[in-house]
Design a protein around this ligand. Structure first.
Ligand SMILES: [Cu+2]
Length: 150
């Protein structure tokens, strides 16, 4: 009797791992998030890669953080007048694709910190999608000169 239990358990474990891998493939992933922290009242930038592992487009519509009163979706670009940024209502990520939120392109604008946010801390960030999906990640706060998550 003991022997059969011993052989069943690894099988269950394996089934669990296969299930976890399959479930993972259908997820929306937020990779390498980081915040470029600006001192004082200046807004900080939020960056990450958004990977859509589902088989339909996901639409990012909002973001929030307990550390900031206001978080907006922005896109930086340039025209003849130089660089500028604009507010966007949504960012679509097609099935199986990835969209970069990075300096010079899409980014989160994190405004009105609730309390002093310090470089080296991590703050929670929640991304909200049109289908009701939400993803919360812990995000390292980096200094103004940082170019990436580390
Ligand atoms: Cu901005």
């Amino acid at each position: 009797m003991k022997r059969s239990i011993g052989s069943v358990r690894p099988l269950l474990l394996l089934a669990g791992l296969v299930w976890a891998a399959a479930a993972h493939a259908e997820e929306v992933e937020v990779r390498d998030p980081w915040i470029r922290h600006m001192p004082g009242d200046a807004p900080s930038g939020g960056y990450f890669q958004l990977r859509n592992g589902t088989d339909s487009t996901v639409r990012l519509v909002a973001a929030e953080s307990p550390a900031f009163r206001r978080v907006m979706l922005h896109r930086s670009g340039s025209d003849e007048g130089g660089s500028r940024m604009e507010h966007v209502d949504r960012v679509d990520v097609p099935a199986g694709e990835e969209v970069d939120f990075a300096p010079g392109g899409y980014h989160l604008m994190l405004m009105a910190p609730r309390e002093e946010v310090a470089v080296g801390e991590e703050v929670d960030l929640t991304l909200r999608f049109a289908d009701g999906r939400e993803e919360t990640v812990s995000v390292p706060v980096q200094p103004p000169h940082a170019q990436g998550p580390k």
